[in-house]
Design a protein around this ligand. Structure first.
Ligand code: ATP
Ligand code: MG
Length: 604
């Protein structure tokens, strides 16, 4: 096996000494500065020769592990017709997040954000019997999402590379087997890529389906927050559930009464008015935790069988006053619909809502008694236990009700995970308090179930000759994103420091100075490395100072560096060291190739 060295005298590369002005995270700065990628517009990048080499290595590892679980590679177009995405409602559900376009005949197309529909239709097109199953297909392909806020370079792009895979099985057991195979393969892939990860329970989001887990790279720059329990289990906070609250005995709670609380439209002002005007009988002070805040949100639904266009639904959410509503967590439960705070316009249509004094009386189940024809749905956060007593709005300016007991004085239409989770909250498995970390989602595995096969009518004949829908799973890796996460966790203040498995080359040979003997020795070494099949980047540039070559080498981040310079001319030795400065040694030119080969073998 021989391998052609990359020569920097002709390599298409221009390194930069300064960080690009708009780069917000280290990987974005360094990948651009070191000439791996270049930005063309927000969230869209060109891959340069060195970047493509790293990408190819990441992809090769993914392909090897996919073939080890008998997944077969195909390749779909990115430009897709509207119809299949309409059948699954995702044409509308994706909202502004997809790129839509028209062809010359005015037919609608989209640039695919992910390919469930197309894989489902492909299998439907080609297969018809249980004997054809299971089948597991994947692709490594360019995806498009019109992200609200492209950021962090390759980490949240608008054009990016994804490995997306889909399994098709005759039953749920088959699906579970495929899911576990993929999950195991993902662990091997991320281990080989040298990227740390945590597997967290996830909500399934716009894809639908049931069981789902995410692979998060624990990085402070991440947009996801995950929670870990003492048991080692982890959850994306959006998927975190509050342990069920015990009902509280309210037999000794005095009856509810309305009391004057002037100028108390905020929780803080309410607490101080309550303490000043209506002190508790037990001597303890009122706190924000005694108050029930009713927040009005809007759920933005797509069109459905009862609505011929997208529509807005007002929903009231009751939460303890000492906790903030977490809109992301709350939204996850209305998926695929999105939510936002109600606007003054929305509120004007409901004169029963008195700003700052909204109470349960005019909401949900009891609103009818208050003479309201179309009551707003009322949902209570899981922290509001049945039987607990609250200070909450009386639906009159300057008035609150005290001792309003949930289950005695008011009811709700349901419960919801609405508030932020806090450090120290009990974990869903009851193993102890939660702790939190930030992460970047690098992969996700889903048990889709029958959602897509039902929507697109993918059926096969079972053993009894009956047509049954096919069970599906789907499995994604952010290929370009994971590359950026590797860079994010493998660098120092001087530049990148790639793990050998994905580095653009295994060794970087520098010929420094002007002495032709040094260049000849370096040429000889590169020649031997090529013979041995060691991937070599060769800085053979004439008229470039040693200082610049060292700086570039640190920036580029090839794991082993071999330097031919003054010592080579004087004593016939070459210095070999790791990019991180460790393992430095001087060896005679004749032994350099062997020493490098040994070090490569150790690093692999
Ligand atoms: P996120 O929550 O970060 O927006 P997602 O859950 O919407 O991601 P999936 O639909 O699960 O993404 O896509 C599969 C994988 O593709 C993700 O796990 C992630 O690694 C990657 N990915 C998603 N969006 C982007 C993006 N905008 N840029 C780069 N990679 C992305
Ligand atoms: Mg995801």
């Amino acid at each position: 096996m021989s391998s052609q060295a990359l020569r920097m005298s002709s390599l298409f590369l221009r390194t930069l000494r300064e960080d690009p002005a708009d780069a917000d995270v280290d990987s974005a700065k360094l990948l651009v500065r070191a000439g791996y990628i270049r930005k063309t517009s927000p969230g869209i990048y060109v891959w340069l020769p060195l970047g493509l080499r790293v990408l190819a290595k990441v992809e090769a590892i993914i392909r090897e592990e996919m073939s080890s679980i008998h997944a077969q590679e195909v390749h779909f177009p990115a430009l897709l017709p509207k119809a299949p995405y309409e059948a699954t409602h995702r044409w509308e559900e994706y909202g502004d997040n997809i790129f839509r376009l028209k062809d010359r005949h005015e037919a609608d197309y989209l640039l695919a954000p992910t390919h469930e529909e197309m894989f489902t239709l492909l299998v439907k097109d080609m297969y018809s019997s249980y004997k054809d199953l299971p089948v597991n297909l994947y692709q490594i392909q360019t995806k498009y999402r019109d992200e609200f806020r492209p950021r962090a370079g390759l980490i949240r792009g608008r054009e990016f590379i994804m490995k997306d895979g889909y399994s098709f099985t005759i039953d749920e057991d088959g699906l579970k087997t495929c899911y576990n195979d993929e999950r195991n393969a993902y662990q091997r892939i991320f281990n080989r890529l040298g990227v740390k990860y945590v597997i967290v329970h996830a909500v399934s989001g716009p894809m639908g389906g049931s069981e789902s887990e995410e692979f998060l790279a624990p990085l402070a720059i991440g947009e996801d927050t995950f929670a870990q329990a003492p048991s080692g289990k982890a959850w994306n906070v959006e998927a975190l559930t509050t342990p069920a609250m015990q009902d509280v005995d309210f037999s000794a709670t005095p009856s509810m009464k309305a009391l004057k609380t002037p100028d108390s439209t905020t929780i803080d002002s309410l607490v101080s008015q309550a303490n000043a005007l209506h002190p508790r009988e037990d001597g303890r002070a009122w706190t924000a935790a005694d108050t029930l805040k009713n927040v009005i949100i809007v759920v933005k639904h797509a069109e459905d069988k009862d609505h011929d266009k997208p529509w807005r639904e007002l929903v009231a959410i009751g939460v303890p006053g000492d906790r903030q509503v977490d809109m992301k967590r709350l939204e996850a439960q209305f998926a695929p619909s999105e939510i936002e705070e109600a606007s003054p316009d929305d509120l004007r249509k409901h004169p029963e809502l008195v700003k700052g004094y909204i109470g349960p009386k005019v909401l949900g189940p009891q609103a009818e008694h208050a003479g309201i024809d179309e009551p707003i749905t009322y949902l209570l956060d899981h922290h509001v236990a049945r039987g607990t007593a609250w200070v909450t709005g009386a639906d009159h300016e300057g008035t609150h009700v005290f001792n309003a007991v949930y289950g005695r004085d008011f009811e709700a239409n349901g419960s919801v995970e609405a508030v932020e989770v806090r450090h120290g909250d009990m974990s869903p498995d009851g193993s102890g308090p939660l702790s939190f970390e930030r992460g970047v989602e690098i992969g996700q595995v889903f048990q889709l179930g029958l959602k897509y096969s039902k929507a697109l009518d993918l059926k096969v004949l079972n053993e009894n000759g009956k047509a049954v829908p096919v069970w599906m799973g789907c499995y994604g890796i952010g290929v370009s994103r994971v590359l950026a996460c590797i860079a994010e966790s493998h660098h120092d203040d001087k530049g990148l420091a790639w793990p050998v498995a994905v580095a653009p080359a295994q060794v970087h040979v520098l010929a420094t100075g002007k002495d032709s003997k040094v260049f000849e020795a370096a040429e000889q070494l590169v020649d031997e490395l090529e013979q041995r099949g060691i991937e070599t980047l060769f800085d053979d540039r004439a008229k470039v100072s040693p200082g610049v070559k060292f700086k570039d080498s640190e920036l580029l981040g090839v794991p082993i560096v071999a330097i031919a310079g003054r010592d080579t001319a004087a004593n016939g030795t070459i210095e070999i060291r790791d990019r991180d400065g460790s393992h430095s040694q001087s060896v005679p030119v004749s032994q350099a190739a062997q020493t490098i080969a040994d070090r490569v073998a150790e690093l692999i």
